[in-house]
Each structure stands twice: as structure tokens, then as C-alpha cells.
Design a binder for this molecule. Sequence first.
Ligand SMILES: NC(=O)c1ccc[n+]([C@@H]2O[C@H](COP(=O)([O-])OP(=O)(O)OC[C@H]3O[C@@H](n4cnc5c(N)ncnc54)[C@H](O)[C@@H]3O)[C@@H](O)[C@H]2O)c1
Length: 346
Amino acid sequence: MKKIGYAVLGLGIGMAHAEAAAASEYADLVAACDIDSARLEKFSKIYPDAKLYSDFEQLLGDDDVDIISICLPSHMHADFAVRAMEKGKHVLIEKPLDITPERAALIEEARLRTGMKAGVVHQNRYNLNMYPIKKAVEDGRLGKINLGTFAVKWFREQSYYDRGGWRGTWACDGGGSLMNQAVHTVDLMQWLMGDVESVTSTMAIYNHNIETEDMTASIIKFKSGATATFVSTTCAYPGISTEIMLYGTGGSIEADADMIKTWKLRDSDDEDEEEELMIERYGKGNLKASSFEEGTLYGHRHVVEDMILAVKDGRDPDILPMDAIKSVRIVDAIYRSAKSGKTVFL
Ligand SMILES: NC(=O)c1ccc[n+]([C@@H]2O[C@H](COP(=O)([O-])OP(=O)(O)OC[C@H]3O[C@@H](n4cnc5c(N)ncnc54)[C@H](O)[C@@H]3O)[C@@H](O)[C@H]2O)c1
């Protein structure tokens, strides 16, 4: 059977997509495209059989390409994803979907119009500890969730922002610690706690020479009536944790990165025994993303494989643009609130 032809556009985090596609039993990594010749050369040393393009239109003209991973700076996602779908290619788009809700909506509109498949990389939903947490929420084991606390206490050196020229700018990154790093946790927050009604936020630039922010703090109100606090920063040397904490009438769950720290549920036959078991199983975690390692593959294998299987089996990928747009809307509301000093309703 002919394998699915996979191509990667943009060879920063795109290298993780390439590695995942090359490892898939159902896909061939057939091409890569980047305007940076050094990055193309580095790619070709690892994947000598793949075709190299520096022109996106030529990549689109390659009939061997079925899926393109869009791994360009964030403000370019909509333009390139829409064009690819219009040319008959399926797309897997890096987070954030794009940098404004309006631009992100263009991707969902193109998906519906062209009938092509579009998936989004929010790989933290596949962190090992997320399966039991999401299931406990869905099964109602936390009762009515009243409170959540979320904190992304990460660290980035100034050199991280200086590389590539687009990071930490409103025009290209669409924000700072929140839009770039913490958008993953914004996605998890709305996935676990539901639709957001309003946000009241503040932000600052503490430690970096950038235009946007390296700290945001918000009070989030949900349509369910619940409240959450949400903090994001890239100033917490050396990169401490990602806290995801849920408190309901039926109990409490606290996670740190992809570890489970607290698991106390009233409906348990033996609360302490269940917690011990959960901590034993999910207590190790992986804190890699809180600092920065170039080219880490963290979680991408799963998302790329899901995209490949979606195309192979004629189903939708797990995370659609219409799901991913929610976190872009929340981030946009937080920035509008921080800039205006007012509560913003979604
Ligand atoms: N899911 C994650 O954990 C994760 C991690 C890192 C980055 N990202 C996202 O991935 C995207 C890319 O980030 P990055 O860190 O890899 O950035 P990067 O700057 O390292 O890489 C972007 C690449 O795109 C190339 N490029 C720019 N314009 C191009 C064009 N017209 N045609 C072809 N290539 C072009 C650049 O030369 C560069 O190599 C961003 O949206 C970022 O938010 C996601």
C-alpha cells in the first residue's frame, strides 16, 4: 500500500515533526521546505532521500506530498495553512493556531470549504497524566469544579528571544510567555474547565528586552460559574513547573508538568491507596519543556502519528482548528484586559 507523503515546512520545531513522520509506519517523509539553507542542509544530512525546497509554491506542486506540517513563525500559520489546503494538501499546524482569533478562524473556514484535514499541535493533551485527569473530570469524580489554579513558571534566556527575530513581538509572536509558551496550558485549562466567560488580567516585562510580556496574571471566570487563576512567565529561572490544579466538591487533583502530585477523590473506596497508586504511576513526570532544549521531541510523536492516521483512515485528527481557536480567543482576551485594565468578556 502506498504510504502517506509527509512534508515539513519550517525546520525549527519542524525537525521534531520530521522525526515523528520518519518513524511512522504509515508515512514517508518525502520533503522539507525552509528559506534557511543551513537548516535545509542539516535536515538533508539526516534524511538524504527527502526532497528539499526553499519555495513553498514548489512544495505545493509536489504530488508526492499529502500532509504538510506548518512550523513557521506563528503569524504565518493562517496564510500558509489556507493556501496549502486550497492546493489539496492536509495540514498539521503548530500552536498557536495563529496570533489573532480572526486569523485563526480563516483556518477553520478553509478546512470546511476545502474538505481537507487540519490538525493542531497541542501535544500536552497527550501528557501521560492528562488521560486520568481528563477522565476523572469527564466521569464527574471531582463533582462540581469550583476552582482551578494554573501556573506556567518557565524560563527563557534573552538569546532565545533574539534568535529568529520574531519572538516576543506583537506582530509575529502575537505575545510573549502567554501566547508562545503558556498557550498549551490555556488549552488544557479550557479543555478541563470548559468555556471561559471573562478574564481580568495584568502583564509586565520583567527580565527580557522584548516588546510583548514575560509575565501575565489573570483571574478567569467560566460559564460554569467556576473561577481560575492563571499565571505565565518566562522569568522563573531555571524553569520550574507547570501547575494544573483542580478543586471540586468531589475532590482535588494537582499536577505539576506531567506528574500527578495530589489525587484526593471522595468517591474512592480508599482515598489514600488510590492516591498512592496514581503518584506511583504518574509521579515521575517530565519537566523538559519548562527550560529549553532545541529540537526536543516532547509529545510531537503522538500528534504527528494521529494526523497521519486521520488521513489514512479518513477521519478527523484529534485536535481541530475549531478546538484550538478557543485558546487563541482566551489569550487575546487576556491581552486586551491587561492593556485596558478592564475585565474582558468573551
Ligand atoms: N508545540 C510546541 O511545543 C512548539 C515548540 C516550539 C515552537 N512551536 C511553534 O512552532 C512555530 C515555529 O517555531 P520555531 O521555534 O520552530 O521557530 P524558528 O524560527 O526556529 O523556525 C521557523 C522556521 O521557518 C522558516 N521560514 C520562515 N519563513 C519561511 C517561508 N516563507 N518559507 C519557508 N520557511 C520559512 C525559518 O527559516 C525557520 O527555519 C511557532 O508557531 C511556535 O510557536 C511549538
